[in-house]
Ligand binder design. Sequence first.
Ligand SMILES: [Zn+2]
Length: 293
Amino acid sequence: MNRVVIIVLAVAGFLWANPAEAQTSGTGKVDKLYILDCGQGHAPDESRWTVGVNVGKPIDISVSCYLIHHAQGYFLWDTGISDQVAAMPDGWLPTNNPANDIHWTRAKTLESQLAAIGIKPTDIRFIGISHTHPDHIGNIERFPSVTVLIQKIEYDNYFAPGKPGLRMPPGDNAPSFSKDHPVQLVQEDLDVFGDGSVMIVFTPGHTPGHESCLVHLPKTGWILLSGDAVHLRENWDTRRIPYFATMPADQRLQTLLSMQRMADLISFYHAQLWINHDKPQSDKLRHAPAFYE
Ligand SMILES: [Zn+2]
């Protein structure tokens, strides 16, 4: 066998032995990810998410936003509870029913955390939102010129005629999500910068057009940002579905299939799963101004 053939076989053997490594090494175009404190929630009864389990047990949840720096610009994933809540000494209770509602507070604004790391709202190139609930879209209109990446079905559902208005804190002068806001309507998956470093992944169920985000960092590796496809680590480990009793069967199925899709991605990319509302996990992660590389 001549030397060229031996080299070709050796290279082919390496690729065959390491298919995942060959396909999932990323591009190195993302160099930083900041976790921003985007609010806190306190619920009197955890079982709203863990049906039949931990009934009546109070729970605190985290709310995070994630700022990703790519060579082509900044990408902000979710915008959290409205910054207005930081100025409300008693926090915000959307339905005024303390027995059955989430009490939201905000220790510091999104805007102030961006300023602390030298970022102006206009420095951001894209905002991606997991879904249109108030704890994820609370600050979209503080970035009026930034294109929002949102699933078409989520957008259409949010702006459908006859839908009740979104609950936002009273007095918020930059409310909800304007129909005039520049958007890029996504259908299922999207490679945001075209190089595989930040990918929006369609994970419907919690809402009709829910999406998650898969990002690659050169040192940390792959991270899957959950959105609300899962709320708590325990729910992930047990495949527990929130609101199960009141959820239509097709929505339950979508939720389960999305969790399985996430599990497959995590396995293939050797990714970490960062669960937005899981406070014990959030407490262990570094927050801005520190960052992940
Ligand atoms: Zn949420």
